[in-house]
Design a binder for this molecule. Structure first.
Ligand SMILES: Cc1cc2nc3c(=O)[nH]c(=O)nc-3n(C[C@H](O)[C@H](O)[C@H](O)COP(=O)(O)OP(=O)(O)OC[C@H]3O[C@@H](n4cnc5c(N)ncnc54)[C@H](O)[C@@H]3O)c2cc1C
Ligand SMILES: Cc1cc2nc3c(=O)[nH]c(=O)nc-3n(C[C@H](O)[C@H](O)[C@H](O)COP(=O)(O)O)c2cc1C
Length: 581
């Protein structure tokens, strides 16, 4: 049975050190295994425990959960460990710390997650800062598919060093399959901090069976629930250049629970035609024996369909097929092979044994989708709003793996899709049902706001709700129009402002609507509204952020600096929350 470890709330009347000691004491007391009673009981004085603060910077909760897991492990090893959200600390507090572990993810184009933004900015500005007494180690979470791999962790690592802090153990840069790298880092970093109490027989910390993000359920990323597809309905009208689908899945007979704001992990399979093309270029019939990433034996066809990623090639694959090319450049240049099939087609004379070939591929990863239903409104079901990714590149038509798996290769009432819940605690409707809520969700960004609105309606929350929605054309791309109209009629939605970019000669986006309504938007913020953004991270979320600053400047009569402080206040009080991708 999983025992939850109590922690001292930040509002409790203790200093950081006292809280650290108490949290470490609880972590030790409630932990399982050979040190369960041993560590706290064998110590009769608090001074024997080594203080350790574990700071996390996290957007979708992975770093936060790994930080909590680290605290449990540290507690077992004689540390007084406390977990701290980066948004809840500043340089002054940090300079009084002795030992810190940083676990931080990266977003956008090498940017920090929202809760790490102000701390990273403060570090960058802190010219006179000296952290000579501070010992640290950084674990950076990221994804090698991004150009700025693990950039935020690299930035914290470099800035801590620059300000005189002492790196006790080298930074770990973890890819999406982070378990092994994280475990190794934590084990070595804790040893390097030298509590002197780690019993020799203690192995590296075992990760819980459930992956981070899958709460209280036996189903996880590695053990997904086969959910029956109930509905797959195109939301766009005839003539639209978009294909967004409303997907309904049954959670009956599972123990999966979710809240509005959570995401659903979907385990996809590669397209059969693409697998056939890869087999043909390899000169294989698919029956060849290979090993799956978990070490089990399977056929090449099955492995290429369910286990291995046929998207962006790994540097190892590029190197193996084109050894004379400069690998580090090849994968980042415009001429880089887009997908695995492009490498195979570019070097048709190069052949590898199937077992060697799959060893050059990455594991196929699940995709996350913001849940677009409230469990209160649709018991036993989960709904998604999925944009099918289809495009042409190098004279080949390409399909997004998971979005077209959902759109094309599943039959409602028959097919089952592997899913798990990815909890997103940093993205929730206001806990106070009377608080106003402003939601900006163009395109598929509307998904969680359908869930928020259904949730507030089902729970009878009285707070006002304002939605900004946008897309290309009102006639074909007005997602969930009937439901939104009904919500306007029955008062569940107080205000709806739409921006259809192609309905008129000039482009109009949600950020334009925000600026047009600056006075009222600012009045809502002053009345305590929470401000939410969901959807495209590359342009929309940045433009909306800039518009929010501008609204506060113009309607609030503030300078640029004061507006930035106001936005920072919204962020740290969790009244500015984003779910952007
Ligand atoms: C927390 C979170 C919530 C999300 N919520 C939603 C949601 O509610 N709805 C939703 O639809 N998606 C959502 N996503 C995105 C989703 O997870 C997938 O990334 C998306 O569906 C694409 O996955 P895919 O497997 O279909 O495409 P992939 O096979 O992963 O291909 C996508 C890649 O193809 C390339 N590409 C795409 N278009 C082009 C082009 N025109 N030219 C060249 N290259 C191109 C890009 O490299 C892109 O990264 C969310 C993501 C996150 C992290
Ligand atoms: C929209 C988006 C952008 C991302 N950008 C980067 C990036 O630039 N570099 C990187 O290494 N990882 C990037 N990642 C991967 C995340 O850092 C990684 O999934 C991490 O484990 C998430 O941790 P968190 O849940 O604690 O936020 C990105 C992920 C998403 C969804």
């Amino acid at each position: 049975m999983q025992v939850s470890v109590p922690t001292i709330p930040e509002s409790a009347p203790f200093t950081l050190e006292q809280r650290a000691w108490l949290n470490g004491y609880f972590a030790g007391l409630f932990s399982r295994g050979p040190t369960m009673a041993g560590v706290p009981a064998s110590r009769d004085s608090a001074t024997a425990l080594v203080p350790l603060t574990i700071l996390f910077g996290s957007q979708t909760g992975t770093a936060e959960r790994l930080a909590k897991r680290s605290a449990k492990e540290a507690g077992k090893r004689g540390f007084a460990a406390t977990v701290l959200d980066m948004a809840q600390t500043d340089l002054a507090k940090l300079s009084s710390e002795k030992n810190i572990l940083i676990i931080v993810s990266t977003y956008g184009e090498g940017e920090p997650p929202d809760n790490a933004k102000s701390l990273l900015t403060a570090f960058r500005k802190g010219t006179a800062l000296s952290l000579a007494g501070l010992r640290f180690s950084v674990c950076s979470l990221g994804d090698r598919n991004y150009v700025h791999f693990c950039q935020c962790g690299k930035d914290f690592d470099a800035l801590l060093e620059k300000h005189g802090a002492n790196r006790v153990f080298l930074r770990a840069d973890c890819d999406v399959e982070y378990d092994a790298a994280f475990t190794k880092w934590l084990d070595a970093a804790l040893a390097a901090f030298g509590s002197g109490t780690a019993p020799a027989h203690l192995t590296a910390p075992a990760l819980d069976a459930a992956e981070p993000g899958e709460p209280d359920s036996k189903y996880s990323k590695n053990y997904p629930f086969p959910a029956l597809l109930l509905t797959s309905r195109k939301l766009n009208g005839e003539g639209s250049s978009k294909e967004v689908r409303h997907i309904e899945l049954s959670l009956e007979d599972s123990d999966l629970r979710y809240e509005a704001g959570d995401a659903l992990g979907v385990v996809p399979q590669n397209c059969t035609e693409l697998v056939n093309d890869v087999l043909a270029t390899l000169g294989c019939d698919g029956e060849e024996a290979v090993t799956a990433p978990d070490g089990t034996a399977t056929s090449l066809r099955h492995a290429l369909t369910v286990h291995y990623d046929l998207g962006k090639p790994t540097p190892e694959l590029v190197d193996a097929f084109s050894p004379r090319a400069n690998v580090s450049n090849v994968t980042t240049q415009a001429v880089a092979p887009h997908h695995v099939i492009d490498v195979l087609l570019a070097y048709p004379e190069t052949k590898f044994a199937p077992a060697i070939f799959v060893g050059l591929l990455k594991k196929l990863q699940p995709r996350l989708y913001s849940i677009s239903s409230s469990p209160k409104a649709h018991p036993g079901q989960v709904h998604l709003t999925v944009g099918a990714v289809r495009y042409e590149s190098a004279s080949r038509s390409r399909k997004g793996v998971c979005s077209t798996f959902l759109a094309d290769r599943n039959i409602p009432g028959e097919s089952h899709v592997g899913v798990y819940v990815h909890r997103n605690k940093a993205f929730r409707p206001p806990t106070n049902g009377d608080a106003p809520m402003i939601m900006v969700g163009p395109g598929t960004g509307i998904a969680p706001f359908r869930a928020f609105l259904e949730e507030r309606q089902a729970s009878g929350a009285k707070g006002k709700n304002w939605l900004f929605f946008g897309d290309q054309r009102s006639t074909t791309d007005y997602l969930y129009r009937e439901q939104l109209d009904e919500m306007l009629r029955n008062g569940a939605l107080t205000r709806l402002d739409t921006a259809f970019s192609r309905d008129q000669p000039e482009k109009i986006y949600v950020q334009n609507r925000m600026l047009e309504n600056a006075a009222e938007l600012y009045a809502w913020l002053e009345a305590g509204a929470c401000f939410y953004v969901c959807g495209d991270a590359s342009r929309m979320a940045k433009d909306v952020d800039a518009a929010l600053h501008r609204v506060i400047e113009t309607a609030g009569g503030k300078t640029t600096e004061q507006a930035a402080e106001y936005v920072e206040m919204l962020r740290t009080t969790k009244r500015y929350q984003r779910d952007v991708y």
